[in-house]
Write a protein that binds this ligand. Sequence first.
Ligand SMILES: NC(=O)c1ccc[n+]([C@@H]2O[C@H](COP(=O)([O-])OP(=O)(O)OC[C@H]3O[C@@H](n4cnc5c(N)ncnc54)[C@H](O)[C@@H]3O)[C@@H](O)[C@H]2O)c1
Ligand SMILES: [Zn+2]
Length: 366
Amino acid sequence: MKRITVKTPLKKDYDVVITKGFDELAAEIDRLKLSGRKCMIVSDDNVSPIYMNELRSVLAKCDIDCIEYSFKAGEESKTKETVDSILDIMVEKSFKRSDICLALGGGVTGDMAGFAASQYHRGIVFVQVPTSLLAMSDSSVGGKTGVDYKGVKNVLGAFYFPDLVYMNTATLATLDDRQFYNGFAEAMKHGIIKDEHFYEWLIESMYEICDREPDTLEEMLYRSVNIKRMVVEKDPLETGERALLNFGHTLGHAIESDRMGVLLHGECVALGMVAAAYISYKKEMISMEEYLELRDMLVPFNLPITVDNIDIDKIIETVTKDKKQDNTGLKFILLKKIGKAVIDRSVTEDEMRAALKEIEYTDDIE
Ligand SMILES: NC(=O)c1ccc[n+]([C@@H]2O[C@H](COP(=O)([O-])OP(=O)(O)OC[C@H]3O[C@@H](n4cnc5c(N)ncnc54)[C@H](O)[C@@H]3O)[C@@H](O)[C@H]2O)c1
Ligand SMILES: [Zn+2]
């Protein structure tokens, strides 16, 4: 079992516990003095049938009365309406401010349950039990919650920090391969932006990671979450350095909306990381060898490094309209070397276009 304490700008810090079962959850609930309260468990209809009963029986030991709510799995459910359904139940069951809202599932579940928790009585106790690798390596830590609205991703939301994040890595056994590597992309990103030793360790541990070897996954998450902790502690509300976590996301998000429903978020981030590394190489910030290594090392982790049928003009247009473009110019995250990312405001449209051409799949033989 591993524990990381994350400091927040509010007076409460929270722990991230990384372990291989649900056995230690009761002790964590005790530590937070949450026994005897009511708990709303939010989950989706893939995760709930697999883990709800086990979780309920652990919480029953803490004398916690559980109310379940499960929604149809998928990003399409990440709406205000689903949050309303969660809030309706809390009102109906007379939840108090001291009661608990618990997210059991991937990032969609965590973002919505967290948003509901932030709204109810101006904030009730919030526990994250992430079950996807993306939620463990990224979304459950850092306090961003929210929903999509009118076709815009995450446009409604709040910073709301959890009281506890409990990662049971055994749940990763039921995650399908594509979802697993999707989450891996964010762990890899953490190494690339901040810690070359972690990046090298990920490459060395490639076989164990792909085999989902339990001790390796625990170590990987410990190191990945620790990097995210460092960054979000320094800049909890994203006014500066937290933007480094957007490495691969500027072009990645735009590719994601262009190929909506075809490519997963982590896959688009992988493509965005290749593009950003290419721009870094062209600006002579990293060498060609570093660029090629970074690109090729995504392949054994089943992440794409090229993409077909992209509309480059549309992607550029999306990026220039993107929220990361504030009044000081487009904020792009580039690399000084593997393990050191920097914020750059000098990336031109032509440079982005060249990077998109670089990752565009073409079977033309010249
Ligand atoms: N809050 C943040 O900081 C942050 C950061 C990154 C991403 N996100 C958000 O996270 C969401 C993506 O998260 P995600 O990829 O986890 O999506 P998700 O929650 O939809 O989960 C992906 C799929 O895996 C299934 N699943 C989850 N755990 C499982 C398990 N253990 N066994 C079997 N199936 C399982 C889910 O039912 C779903 O079908 C997006 O909405 C994104 O905006 C938030
Ligand atoms: Zn991401």
